[in-house]
Design a protein around this ligand. Structure first.
Ligand code: SAH
Ligand code: SF4
Length: 392
């Protein structure tokens, strides 16, 4: 059985052609799946009966298995999906006024092993398939649409960030078709500005993404000098800061925005002093010389979300504010990320997947509020096509 969630529209067209169907049938089928959330081929009444019979015999729309679902006090929803082989991945929905952001996982675990990240601590298990990435969006969108009783033309998810578990650019071949499904007007129709790939800095793949499918880019920097970044993000030893920023500058020529988002996790006593802020400012502003050209960027400061075994602490609020002020005074738009869903360990860097991570599970359970599957969500309706930056 082929899982149709694995195909972008071109690939679905090829598959339909192999079944002896005309290309426009693929578009109809694609719309049934990704615009209506339909899984039952028999219900796809505008497809010829002969084609529907073929679909029943050879294809399926295989959703992910929900292991659990939790809803935080602030309406954030976290799904834990069992992806087999003892692996679980997490997907987080963050509702805000006028928009809904889905944070999607790209891998079970992560090989980059950043010092401050729960997913990194867990180690790398495997890449997710395109179907598994798309299925996170498919499940969340149609589940939320049902629950929120959204009308035709209303969308639950207006923005996607590839900021769940895993390093998306270390799963490039599966990522790009998944992005294409998100962007496709016959599927979710998200604009390139509303889909963000976040990376710890896989330089050659940033360069490829620029050419293949340029969506909004976020670079997880966390330090302005190589010695510190080497310690926090081990991938820096392979692709140091100067190379990473040069690649990000090259990306801008094709990017849907005229800036790169810089993510900076605020770690108490590690990277959060005024001197660190000045170093970051100097790096991003540059001095106009060829050697130090800077990078048009916005900075997103993420207060560290603690997890057991990290041995790190979140920077105090005043230190985060002082850091932001240095950047702001230097002319760099800076935001401090509001921590969402931390009562259910759904905040950045807390995603670990329960199946492999039994110790922290017990601890997380103690904090979590488990809720029934039909949970009260604050109703929000986002009109299609409304233009809003997900992190402005
Ligand atoms: N691998 C990609 C995307 C997933 S991580 C990346 O690193 O960019 C998404 C974001 O969460 C990254 O910016 C990451 O640095 C940040 N993050 C990871 N662990 C965190 C933690 N414990 N507290 C706060 N942010 C964290
Ligand atoms: Fe992987 Fe990103 Fe976590 Fe680093 S921060 S370990 S790259 S998921």
């Amino acid at each position: 059985m082929v899982n149709l969630l694995q195909f972008d529209r071109d690939a679905l067209g090829d598959w339909c052609e192999q079944q002896g169907e005309r290309p426009f049938r693929a578009t109809q089928l694609f719309r049934w799946i990704h615009q209506r959330g339909e899984r039952d081929f028999a219900a796809m009444t505008d497809l010829a009966k002969s084609f529907r019979d073929k679909l029943v015999a050879s294809a399926e729309i295989r959703a992910l298995t929900v292991a659990s679902e939790q809803v935080a006090d602030d309406g954030t929803v976290k799904w834990l999906f069992d992806v087999g082989g003892g692996n679980a991945i997490e997907t987080v929905f963050i509702p805000e006024a006028g928009r809904g952001t889905l944070c999607i996982s790209s891998q079970a675990g992560c090989a980059v092993n950043c010092r401050f990240c729960a997913t990194g601590h867990q180690g790398f298990s495997r890449n997710l398939t395109t179907a598994e990435m798309v299925a996170q969006l498919w499940h969340a969108e149609f589940e939320l649409r049902r629950r929120l009783a959204l009308g035709a033309g209303e969308r639950a998810i207006t923005n996607v960030v590839m900021m769940g578990m895993g390093e998306p650019l270390q799963n490039y071949a599966a990522l790009v078709p998944a992005l294409r499904v998100m962007l496709d007007d016959h599927a979710y129709g998200l604009s390139r500005r509303r889909v963000t790939v976040s990376t710890s800095g896989v330089v050659p793949m940033i360069d490829r993404l620029r050419d293949d499918c340029p969506v909004a880019l976020a670079v997880s920097l966390h330090a302005a000098d190589d010695a510190l970044r080497d310690a926090l993000v081990p991938l820096n030893r392979k692709y140091p800061i100067a190379e990473l920023l040069a690649s990000a500058r090259g990306y801008l020529a094709h990017a849907p925005r005229d800036f790169i988002t810089i993510e900076y996790c605020m770690l108490d006593g590690v990277n959060d002093s005024p001197a660190h802020a000045l170093a970051l400012l100097a790096l991003l502003r540059g001095d106009g010389s060829a050697a130090n050209p800077g990078l048009p960027s916005k900075v997103n400061l993420i207060p560290f979300n603690p997890f057991s075994a990290s041995g790190l602490k979140r920077s105090p609020v005043e230190r985060v504010a002082a850091f932001a002020e240095v950047l702001h005074d230097g002319g760099i738009v800076t935001t401090i990320r509001k921590t969402r869903g931390d009562d259910i360990a759904a905040a950045c860097g807390q995603l670990a997947g329960e199946v492999q991570d039994r110790t922290s599970v017990a601890e997380r359970r103690a904090h979590a509020v488990a809720v029934p599957v039909v949970a009260p969500l604050s109703p929000r309706r986002a009109p299609v096509g409304e233009q809003r930056s997900h992190r402005a």
